[in-house]
Write a protein that binds this ligand. Sequence first.
Ligand code: 4AD
Ligand code: MG
Length: 475
Amino acid sequence: MSTVKDLLKQKPLLQEVTLKGWVRTFRSNRFIALNDGSCLGNLQCVVDFESMDEALLRRITTGAAIAVTGTLVESQGRGQSVEIQVKDLEILGDADPETYPIQPKKHSLEFLREQAHLRVRTSTFSAVMRIRAALSFAVHQYFTSRNFYYFHAPIITGSDAEGAGEMFRVTTLDPKSPPLDETGEVDYKKDFFGKETNLTVSGQLEAESYAMGLGKVYTFGPTFRAENSNTSRHLAEFWMIEPEMAFYDLDANMDLAEDFIQEVLKYVLENCQEDLEFLEKRLADEEKSKPAAERSEMPLIEKLRFVTDQPFKRVTYTEAIDILRNSKPNKKKKFQFPIDEWGADLQSEHERFLVEKHFKCPVILFNYPAKIKAFYMRLNEDGKTVRAMDVLFPGIGEIVGGSQREERLDVLVEKMEALGIEEKELWWYLELRKFGTAPHSGFGLGFERLVQFATGMGNIRDVIPFPRTPQNAEF
Ligand code: 4AD
Ligand code: MG
């Protein structure tokens, strides 16, 4: 069986072909635009309505699944080189035009979000999801070809890697007879067959364990955050790519993050041209309806080339704070959260200012104050900053968070104590420092934020098939 993608590349040799797909449009009782998902384009299938059963003709409606057999001939119409002269047509599945929600007109992204099970049949979502698949392939190719081992971190775990308490509990608890503690209260710490567990927020701690034996590993899997964030950058379930490397320091870690992002975006530029051009045009149309000040200055493809062609700017947290203290986001407005002192956490308005207004390129911020970062990051000699790094992207903000890890047992234990993290909770993680400890580093890249950047989609809910947010887990 042929695909639209293959047929559109073929010469009209008058050979007989069979094609199956979904009707996008049916014009003048004659021209079917058939799409099978293999590429953005449709293949025109021309039916001879005079010789066709009328009842059958009426069932050729937008959304119906059909199979056609016919000859591939030179197309008389504009915009395509070949078309199928249909000899035989079979309806595989009807789509009642009265109730099928995806009609051949422009639907809003909000409307399509409510049709998450059908929206991939639109050009926009099929283009986004093909790019998502290409990026995912590029990720595996990048690491595998550089001798990293793909490692599967557990989804159910007892540890809170980020120490931020944003976990979904996993429970086998019988609500009728829950385990009780000494005071007679429900003991939630015994909810998973007597143990306390949650869905992973990050595979990092387990990846560290594997880097200490396999050298260079990476995870690429779903992670979960029970944060009640309703932004265009946050999901409750998102996919994260987390490489972890023995013997890498922070500089080597930053080099890897930069090279990795550039290479996977180059892969998309080289392999997804048609989908990118379509999304670029879509975005340009959308931009026209925005006020001039909010419009993006660069077309999508140019923006991708721009970040793949030049080094990212590396700046310490301390330098960034100095810049922010002496800046105003624009002539009239101050930052909503003014930066008064060293040690303050950066808000997304600050990150975006640095990237979009000040440096005008991707930025890697490093050496953050220890107080605002997770417990596992390596303390610098100054005793107050840690070897953390965040990669900040135009239009996105933070796309990567990573660090060199604290490999010294005594320093790590002291830090955990200060934060009230019990040693017995992470005994196995501490053993990695007791037996053959070594400097090591890694980072986590939020895959959906990367897909957002590559496709220009403004809302993270539109780059994952079935988004999970505080409002939505229906599908
Ligand atoms: O900065 P984060 O929290 O870092 C970690 O989890 C580290 N353990 C990673 C590591 O060093 N191995 O998350 C990493 C990235 C962020 O930079 C962001 O791109 C993405 O994950 N991210 C989210 N993406 C979508 N929705 C959310 N709720 C996200 N939270 C983080
Ligand atoms: Mg972070």
